[in-house]
Design a binder for this molecule. Sequence first.
Ligand code: TYD
Length: 138
Amino acid sequence: MNKSIKANCGIIELPKIIDERGNLTFIEEGNHIPFEIKRTYWIYDVPGGEFRGSHAFKETEELIVALSGSFDIVLNDGKEEKKYTLNRSYYGLYVPKLTWRKIENFSTNSLALVLCSTKFNKEDYVRDFKIFTSAINE
Ligand code: TYD
């Protein structure tokens, strides 16, 4: 497995066009994110105290944006854990493949946009944390 993941993950600041009529932010494939966008999904109506994720992907890379509200993303590369709080729609968190990720602490009415480098494939999921850590550290 590719072990050099930690250096790559992190917050990406997206363009922000400030306008008195309302601000605008955009993402262009190849310019603002390091992968081709094959799929987009969003997470919404999350009840208080719930979390999403808690798995890793073998191949999928993601960019996660808090379009509305806020939430925390906990990333674990098999060695270290780091928590990122997203609460601005002009920041995205880049999550490389082979990163365990959990999304938690959703605020009321929060909206998480996820851009992905792959189409949905259930075989791409690693849902067992022990298998993830032993594979990544082997
Ligand atoms: P999952 O990725 O496990 O949700 P989360 O990680 O946010 O907790 O997906 C939940 C369900 O939705 C699962 O049955 C697979 C399905 N799903 C799709 O069919 N297509 C998709 O693009 C995604 C992300 C999930």
